[in-house]
Design a protein around this ligand. Structure first.
Ligand code: SF4
Length: 256
C-alpha cells in the first residue's frame, strides 16, 4: 500500500503519525507503523486454545453437519431460540465476502444494526472500516458478523445463555467461510471464542488457534470502545499488524 494512503488511514483511525523534519522516507514509515509502547511480542506467539468442542445448541443446529448459506440464513431469520427474538427488528446475519480469508467477529448488533440489518455500521462501523483499510483491506473483502445475531435491548451485553443458543450459527458460518484468520473484536467475542474470562488487555498481543482447523485468531478492542478510549487505538493498530503478519505467514506456509 502507498505510504501516504496508509498514513491517511491511520489518521482516520485517530492514530497520530509523527514526522521529524527531513526524515528519510523509510524511517518515516517505520516511525508511523511502529508502536510507541506495546506488550505485543515482535514474533507472534501461537497459543493453543480450547476449540469449541461442544455440540451446537442453537435452534439452527439441525443442519450443522452440512451447512448451506441459504438454509442457514433462513434458520437465523426464523430463530426463536432465545428471548431476543421478541424484541429484535430483524436478525443481523452478517455481511461481506462468503469466501473471505478474513473473518471479523464482534459482539452483537446495536440499535442501528438492528434497524438496518447489517453489522458494524454507524461510527463504530466507520472506525472498523478505517482499521481494515489501514492493513489494506476493503470492507467487502472480509466477512463481518457477530457472536449474537439479534440485538440485546438497551445495548446491554449478551447473556451466557443467549451466546450458547446462538453459537451454532456462528460455527456454521465459520465452517462455510473457512477463513484463514479470525479477528475477535471486543471482550465478548474474545471470551466467547476462546472460552476464557481473561481480561481482553491480557488476551491481545498473541495468536491463538481456533477450532479443529486451528484457524489463527487475534484479539483486539471493539471500535465502539476505541471511540470512547482513543488512547487505546495504537494498541488496536498493533493487533492489526499482528493479524496481518500472521495472515501473510499462513499464506506462505500454505504455499509451501
Ligand atoms: Fe436465535 Fe441467536 Fe437471535 Fe437468540 S440471538 S433468537 S439464538 S438468532
Amino acid at each position: 500500500m502507498d505510504l501516504n494512503q496508509q498514513r491517511k488511514y491511520l489518521d482516520a483511525m485517530g492514530i497520530q503519525t509523527w514526522v521529524r523534519r527531513n526524515m528519510p522516507a523509510q524511517e518515516l514509515v517505520n516511525e508511523a507503523l511502529e508502536p510507541a509502547v506495546t506488550h505485543a511480542p515482535a514474533v507472534p506467539v501461537t497459543t493453543p486454545v480450547t476449540p469449541p468442542e461442544e455440540k451446537p445448541t442453537g435452534a439452527g443446529s439441525t443442519n450443522i453437519a452440512l451447512p448451506d448459506w441459504n438454509l442457514l440464513r433462513q434458520q437465523v431469520s426464523n430463530c426463536t431460540a432465545c428471548e431476543l427474538h421478541k424484541t429484535r427488528t430483524q436478525p443481523v446475519f452478517g455481511v461481506g465476502d462468503q469466501n473471505a480469508d478474513w473473518l471479523i467477529i464482534g459482539e452483537a448488533p446495536g440499535a442501528e444494526e438492528d434497524q438496518q440489518g447489517e453489522p458494524f455500521i454507524g461510527e463504530a462501523g466507520q472506525l472498523l472500516n478505517a482499521m481494515l483499510k489501514a492493513i489494506g483491506l476493503e470492507r467487502k473483502q472480509v466477512y463481518i458478523t457477530n457472536i449474537l445475531k439479534c440485538h440485546p435491548g438497551n445495548n446491554r451485553h449478551p447473556r451466557p445463555e443467549e451466546i450458547a443458543q446462538c453459537a451454532s450459527f456462528l460455527q456454521s458460518q465459520i465452517a462455510l467461510i473457512q477463513p484463514k484468520i479470525i479477528l475477535a473484536v471486543g471482550r465478548i467475542a474474545a471470551h466467547s471464542l476462546l472460552k476464557t474470562e481473561t481480561p481482553i488487555g491480557k488476551l491481545r498481543g498473541q495468536v491463538y488457534q481456533y477450532g479443529e482447523h486451528a484457524i489463527p485468531l487475534v484479539v483486539t478492542y471493539h471500535p465502539a470502545y476505541l471511540k470512547r478510549a482513543p488512547h487505546e487505538k495504537r494498541k488496536a493498530w498493533n493487533d492489526l499488524k499482528l493479524a496481518a503478519k500472521t495472515y501473510k505467514e499462513s499464506l506462505s506456509l500454505s504455499a509451501k
